[in-house]
Design a protein around this ligand. Structure first.
Ligand code: NAI
Length: 333
């Protein structure tokens, strides 16, 4: 298959090329993001390969179908950036990588918790300036604290298991409770109770119309005073402005983000020479108790190797045996 690979970074090229060695697809590596302006770069390709901030809205899908594209292969688990109904209507097959390394994301999530709690990022800067004072670096024991996990799918379960290992009490909310989570000692409770009782709340549900702004101005007051909020799911699970107000009032005592509502115009690029135009993001970076990473939770060697292998495997299967050769949940439509 001829595949137009959008949003290509050097690491995508490296891992996809290695995974494609035996399969022999014709991979066309493109740096631009997939948008209505760049979709025509896929002209003559059988498939596009896209990442989290590529835009597969109805207009783009329509252009892709018109250009002869039959398949969209996402190098991600989430598919909130795809208009699935439009893809279905156009007869486009959409595949994703439902599981590449839940451990990568779970471990980064816990990394944010530990760094925020013990202020490791701030301590690092102090020590570099030979400031060995401890004032302001006070943390708390995770052991015995309550952690609330919203969404106990592949990643949420890993986080639950790690936090149970720290000796935390683990609460969870999920419309589909999971036996493996219960076996790990998780107690399922309604979201409101989870928010009220958890010292740390961490989000691992997909972004859907139901979960958009799940943490908003109405739910933030339900949080435990000074709670830690972690979002490594998708940016729009939280209402950024409401979270800023929650930080200002102290209701949110710590905020760890790997994703941001408006990240598509920021993340994955070096913007250090430019003026930051996003005032909400700029405000977030002024808080001493906020730690942000630029959507890197997935970014481990193991994760990239698995993403590349699954993506190439799906393209090969479709090429040889048709879309049905990729089973759900890897085949979105
Ligand atoms: P999954 O599909 O295995 O699990 C999602 C869970 O959320 C399911 O158990 C589902 O029942 C639950 N859920 C759905 N609606 C809910 C709601 N309203 N409240 C509570 N739970 C709800 O997905 P997985 O693999 O665990 O990934 C979760 C999300 O993490 C992805 O959708 C993606 O957005 C994000 N992600 C972020 C990455 C990063 O690099 N920061 C990398 C990979 C995924």
């Amino acid at each position: 298959m001829r595949v137009a690979v959008f949003s290509t970074k050097p690491y995508d090229r490296e891992f996809l090329t290695a995974a494609n060695a035996a399969a022999g697809h014709d991979l066309i590596f493109l740096e631009p993001r997939l948008t209505a302006q760049t979709a025509r770069l896929a002209e003559g390709s059988d498939a596009v390969c896209a990442f989290v901030n590529d835009d597969l809205c109805a207009e783009v899908l329509d252009q892709l179908a018109g250009a002869g594209v039959r398949v969209a292969a996402l190098r991600s688990a989430g598919f909130n950036n795809v208009d699935v109904a439009a893809a279905n209507k156009l007869g486009l097959t959409v595949v994703r990588v439902p599981e590449y390394s839940p451990h990568a994301v779970a471990e980064h999530t816990v990394g944010l918790m530990l760094a925020l709690n013990r202020k490791i990022h701030r301590a690092h800067n102090r020590v570099r300036e030979h400031n060995f004072a401890l004032t302001g670096l006070l943390g708390f024991d995770l052991h015995g604290r309550t952690v609330g996990i919203v969404g106990t799918g592949r990643i949420g379960i890993c986080v639950a298991q790690i936090m149970a290992g720290f000796g935390c009490r683990v609460l969870a909310s999920d419309p589909y409770p999971n036996d493996a989570a219960v076996a790990a000692g998780v107690e399922y409770v309604p979201l409101e109770r989870l928010l009220a009782e958890s010292h740390i709340v961490t989000l691992h549900c997909p972004l859907t119309p139901d979960t958009w702004h799940l943490i908003d101005a109405e739910r933030i007051p339900l949080l435990h005073e000074g709670a830690m909020l972690i979002n490594t799911g998708r940016g729009a699970l939280v209402d950024t402005r409401a979270v800023i107000d929650g930080l200002k009032s102290g209701r949110i005592g710590y905020l760890g983000l790997d994703v941001y509502e408006e990240e598509s115009d920021l993340f994955f690029e070096d913007r250090s020479e430019r003026v930051l135009g996003d005032d909400d993001f700029a405000r977030l970076t002024t808080f001493p108790n906020v730690l942000i990473t630029g959507h890197q939770a997935f970014f481990t060697e193991d994760g990239l190797r698995n993403i590349a292998a699954t993506t190439i495997g799906s393209l090969t299967a479709i090429d040889q045996a048709g879309p049905e050769a990729v089973p759900t949940p890897a085949r979105v439509c």
